[in-house]
Design a protein around this ligand. Structure first.
Ligand code: SME
Length: 150
């Protein structure tokens, strides 16, 4: 079982600048190397209205841009709620960037009630993310938000 309390302490120590770009890159790399069975981790940013633009990430080159109306990332931005998908093939408008992806967790990054972007995590293992993983990764995402000038 993943020790999220330990990961929270490590990520807090790692994010020692207020620069969001550095922190987003560090957070992506940290998650990719500490969580098991992942093939993609990264941020999409709302830099144009209702559109997600690819930001710092780890993994294969990815789809860009993603409108709020499409995909699991779009659903997270639209609903402002985490999307936890056990089987991406069962989601009709899932956007397949990396054919290896089988399950996905997308956490909205909200700042003052506005969608700054999303944190997207993909796994090659079906149902990789439990409710406990969701809660832990949401806390790690909160550490990124609190550590950064967004
Ligand atoms: N699968 C996502 C697209 C982004 S990639 O997974 C990196 C989606 O359906 O929104």
């Amino acid at each position: 079982m993943t020790d999220y309390a330990s990961l929270e302490r490590q990520l807090s120590a790692l994010l020692d600048t207020r620069d969001w770009l550095t922190n987003a890159a560090q957070t992506s790399a940290f998650l990719m190397h500490t969580l098991e069975d992942l093939n993609w981790v990264g941020f999409y940013l709302q830099r144009q209205p209702e559109t997600l633009i690819l930001g710092p990430f780890q993994g294969q080159p990815a789809c860009n841009p993603i409108p709020f109306s499409r995909g699991v990332c779009g659903a997270a931005a639209r609903t402002r709620e985490t999307q936890r998908i056990d089987d991406v093939h069962a989601v009709p408008d899932h956007i397949a960037c990396d054919a290896a992806s089988r399950s996905e967790l997308v956490v909205p990054v909200l700042v003052d009630g506005k969608v700054w972007g999303v944190l997207d995590i993909d796994s090659p293992r079906p149902a990789r993310f439990s409710a406990e993983d969701q809660a832990g990764i949401e806390r790690l995402c909160r550490i990124f938000i609190d550590a950064s000038d967004l």
